[in-house]
Ligand binder design. Structure first.
Ligand SMILES: [Zn+2]
Ligand SMILES: [Zn+2]
Length: 406
């Protein structure tokens, strides 16, 4: 009898080998990642997709069981992140708290923000508020992981506690650390959003599609995060599968020339005009001129590091004092680039103007100055603005009226 008990404590009910335990761990953590990206993020925070009620509750239960996160708190913190991304009001920006702090201690920032009652009242609206939320999930959020520890111990014995410990660290590291931290620090950008969001990798399968973070900041209300031909969003694949069997309904989605939709009844999400114009400006004006400068013989020993090159798209307020001083000197020595940087700053400012009349006036004046600049790329860009259209690019987003099926 005591041998049997000892055996149960060591190997649990399943008597599983290491390979099976690792498979179980991978399956459980991927389910949790999908719960975060599909339910908490795309559905509850941004309302881009609805799930059939029983499935939505299964997601909510899984979130409680494996993460102890409360839907309302997660949603509120994330909505505030979008409202103030990479400013001093952002609950978790690597530019404000440091990338290492965010990567390894991201949950502490989340915990501090979720205790802010004003934040919850302002940004937490529309989240579940039923009996089970008020009496179980919210007041007893730690019961979920405790129950999971008991299940893990029963299934795998002492090894189950190691599995449980990894599960408890999984979301804090991959979601709070990597997506919130690295997703605003390192990677490529398709769109010049006002923040520093970046796509960490095009094949977004490890964190359920969240790796495509710059695309998400450009189209926050889209259920689909991939926009380029070479990008893949695992979360979108799952949404499509759930839609096909009637368990999900997409409310809003992005469609681009590179990634069109065959058919949809959802609202097509368009790129915000400011993001569209600034993206076009960077790709059609700034980059060609910088490349030309870098090719000139006088530039042989005066390279720009990639952070400085990126700073030409956003004014460089993220740079260190030394990097900024070097960049400013580099720009000052090149009159053509100096003009472009000045006009980029003016264009970004006028795109933020609230007064329509003043904005129109400033816009016409900006176009006149750009057309008189004598810089080819800038003149062509100003011409496309004056004609009321940005020159087509592979990133131009299809407008709803271009989809007669809607
Ligand atoms: Zn973000
Ligand atoms: Zn978001």
């Amino acid at each position: 009898m005591s041998d049997r008990l000892l055996d149960l404590a060591s190997h649990g009910l399943l008597q599983a080998r290491l390979g099976m335990m690792l498979l179980y761990l991978l399956g459980m953590t991927q389910l949790t990642i999908l719960t975060v990206t599909l339910y908490l993020h795309r559905s509850q925070t941004h309302r881009s997709v609805d799930f059939q009620p029983a499935l939505a509750h299964a997601f909510r239960f899984w979130s409680w069981l494996t993460t102890a996160m409360i839907t309302r708190e997660w949603v509120a913190v994330h909505r505030k992140h979008h409202a103030y991304a990479d400013t001093d009001q952002d609950p978790h920006s690597p530019y404000m708290v440091g990338i290492h702090q965010l990567l390894w201690r991201g949950t502490e920032l989340y915990t501090a923000a979720r205790h802010d009652s004003q934040l919850l009242a302002t940004y937490g609206r529309g989240t579940p508020d039923d009996w089970i939320e008020r009496h179980v999930y919210t007041p007893h959020c730690n019961w979920g992981p405790t129950l999971l520890a008991v299940i893990s111990l029963a299934l795998f014995g002492v090894g189950g506690m190691a599995i449980w410990a990894v599960q408890m660290l999984w979301i804090p590291f991959w979601a709070a650390g990597v997506v919130n931290g690295v997703g605003h620090w390192w990677g490529y950008r398709n769109f010049e959003t006002p923040d520093k969001s970046a796509n960490v990798m095009p094949l977004a399968i490890w964190v359920g599609g969240e790796e495509l973070h710059n695309n998400h900041h450009a189209f926050p209300s889209s259920a689909k995060f991939s926009v380029r031909r070479f990008e893949f969003d695992l979360g979108w694949l799952v949404i499509q599968a759930l839609s096909a069997i009637g368990l999900a309904r997409v409310r809003s989605v992005v469609a681009t020339d590179e990634s069109p939709l065959s058919t949809t009844t959802a609202r097509i999400v368009a790129l915000a005009p400011r993001v569209k114009v600034m993206t076009e400006f960077f790709h059609k004006v700034t980059l060609p001129v910088v490349r030309e400068e870098l090719r000139s013989p006088s530039c042989r020993n005066q390279r720009l590091v990639s952070r400085q090159r990126c700073a030409l798209a956003d004014g460089g307020r993220w740079l260190s004092a030394d990097e900024r001083a070097y960049l400013n000197a580099w720009i000052e020595a090149r009159p053509c680039l100096h003009t472009i940087c000045q006009l980029r700053t003016q264009l970004a400012a006028l795109m933020e103007m609230r007064n329509a009349e003043r904005a129109r006036e400033a816009y016409s004046q900006w176009i006149r100055i750009a057309q008189a600049s004598g810089i080819d790329a800038l003149q062509r860009f100003a011409q496309s603005l004056s004609e009321g259209m940005i020159a087509p690019s592979t990133l131009v987003v299809a407008r709803a009226h271009e989809h007669p099926s809607l």
